[in-house]
Design a protein around this ligand. Sequence first.
Ligand code: AMP
Length: 216
Amino acid sequence: MNLVLLGPPGAGKGTQAVRLAEKYSIPQVSTGDILRKAVKEKTFLGVKAKSYMNSGKLVPDELVVEIIKERLVENDCENGFILDGFPRTMVQAEKLDNMLHTEGKRLNKVINIKVEDDLLIKRLTGRRICKDCGANYHIIFDPPTNEGMCNKCNGELYQRDDDEEDTIISRLDVYKKQTEPLIRYYEKQDMLATIQGNGAMDKIFSDMCQAIEGSM
Ligand code: AMP
């Protein structure tokens, strides 16, 4: 089962991808997570990507396409994958189609999570992440039991550099200009399901599962 999660930053792609990965036993492949790890480890890729990420811009297509090319041939992707944060441009979408075609594969479903801008801004400015295990919290909607500390592993919580308000505005702008056209692209291929992403997490998850299972 090869899935893509589409939607603006803050739509909840990452949170839902973790749950889908568990339910369907296929890996979540997040280009954002791969890039953040590279930045932290100061690899060649990380050094190149850092300034784009911190200013809310997209990392150049050729870099992310290469990341995905290498990741999707790993063994754990044999039975499928959940792409979270890729593709984000038309070029990336076309490269993905070609890549899968060469392997005799195709996408099964693209889930578009829809959320209004004001809620996205609230979600992103309040988001906190565990430095050690990557768990997500929100200072108002989903606070940890002890302030600044992860419930799961006691790790320290931090705010992503790109979750500052100015950067969020530019990320939303980039989404509208460069990523939103993909909705039409996948709609035309009859592959798109749009889910309202502003309700309860469990309801969003069950809507997603229904859309996925309805297409199998
Ligand atoms: P995310 O965690 O998905 O919000 O991604 C964080 C940042 O990583 C984005 O704002 C981009 O700078 C970069 N990034 C992640 N995925 C992509 C992609 N598919 N294409 C270009 N840049 C990306």
